[in-house]
Design a binder for this molecule. Structure first.
Ligand SMILES: NC(=O)c1ccc[n+]([C@@H]2O[C@H](COP(=O)([O-])OP(=O)(O)OC[C@H]3O[C@@H](n4cnc5c(N)ncnc54)[C@H](OP(=O)(O)O)[C@@H]3O)[C@@H](O)[C@H]2O)c1
Length: 318
């Protein structure tokens, strides 16, 4: 089968495709014929670097972890798999050092997939798992409920476009922060108010948001404190080391306001919840661009610009 793999090492890593053996299923896994995958910043911040190092690590040389998200069809299943049958259309993500979704076939645990939303193409479904699970689990972490007032900073990217829609589907009032060129997109996804961060310094304002979800990971509880209600929760994606430090550092000096970091997990009950939102017409995919598996390097370059509107997808089977 054809699979994406790395060439080079560390910062000089680029992606190519090569011919390799199909992975074999464990007792709790399924083998998926992958129709589409998608790119998340984690892929080029972490996965490519780990993959580029594994040939140097002897016994671990077989690790290839390019791609967490997948959508496709179950073609084989392990002896203990009970929730899925051969021929089922599924979507999901697995962050263990095992699933390489940017390949014609990928092995994934049955706990990390769900049935694909019926009203989505494979490409759309592959854009959902990691980004939308991050938004959903961040809102669970923040206690978002009917009537919550939520600020999403970074509302136009992969996680942000899902966060706006999922927050609204949960009954929250959403304000999105993005650059002016993306304001219309974010308003169209259901944000009641959109702030153009290139025109106003929203951090200088006073407000009473119950939850501030900082998708960009550029902010901290301190910088957002004036925007938050007394019991407000600041949640960061902590996308880099400084962000993680910033998230927790001010925790002790902001009274009743709290800071948390989200670490997304594969959970099939959450994928089922997203499926319900999607099939109910409450959440849709926003696709920035699509690339074939042979052009995966270009897909990563697009994601690395940090300017994608929604998700970058990889079309594996056409
Ligand atoms: N901890 C976890 O479990 C977890 C899970 C998923 C993602 N993450 C992290 O979350 C971050 C976002 O991921 P993503 O997939 O959404 O990335 P992405 O799709 O690359 O985000 C691109 C978006 O970021 C926006 N943006 C850039 N600078 C901004 C700013 N100063 N203010 C507001 N928006 C800004 C851009 O909008 P404009 O062009 O309009 O500026 C663009 O639409 C990454 O660091 C990723 O590693 C962490």
């Amino acid at each position: 089968m054809k699979a994406a793999t790395t060439r080079g090492i560390f910062a000089n890593t680029s992606l190519i495709t090569r011919s390799t053996q199909r992975p074999t299923v464990g007792v709790n896994d399924v083998l998926v014929e992958v129709h589409a995958s998608s790119v998340n910043p984690k892929d080029w911040k972490l996965n490519t670097i780990i993959s580029s190092l594994t040939p140097k690590l002897g016994a671990l040389a077989k690790i290839n972890i390019i791609g967490d998200d997948l959508a496709g069809v179950v073609v084989e299943k392990g002896a203990h798999v009970s929730d899925f049958a051969i021929g089922d259309e599924v979507y999901g993500m697995d962050m263990r050092l095992r699933t390489a979704a940017c390949a014609e076939y990928a092995v994934i645990s049955e706990k990390s997939i769900a049935h694909k939303p019926k009203n989505m193409s494979f490409a759309e479904a592959a854009s959902v798992p990691l980004a939308a699970l991050t938004a959903l689990q961040a809102f669970y972490l923040g206690g978002v409920q009917q009537g919550s007032k939520v600020l999403v900073i970074g509302a136009s990217g992969g996680v942000g476009t899902f966060a706006v829609q999922i927050g609204k589907a949960m009954g929250a009032h959403i304000t999105g922060v993005c650059s002016g060129k993306n304001s219309e997109l974010v308003a169209g996804l259901g944000a009641e108010k959109v702030i153009d961060y290139t025109r106003s310094d929203f951090l200088q304002e006073t407000d009473d948001y119950d939850v501030v979800f900082d998708v960009t990971a550029y902010q901290s509880l301190s910088s957002c404190s004036s925007l938050m209600a007394e019991q407000g929760v600041f949640i960061s994606t902590a996308g880099h080391g400084k962000a993680l430090f910033n998230t927790y550092r001010p925790h002790f000096s902001q009274g009743t306001k709290t800071a948390k970091a989200i670490w997304v997990k594969s959970r099939n009950e959450d994928l089922d919840k997203l499926k319900t939102f999607i099939e109910g017409g409450l959440v849709k995919a926003v696709i920035d661009s699509a690339f074939t598996l042979d052009n995966i390097q270009q897909a990563y370059v697009q994601s690395q610009t940090g300017r994608s509107k929604g998700k970058v997808v990889i079309l594996v089977k056409q």
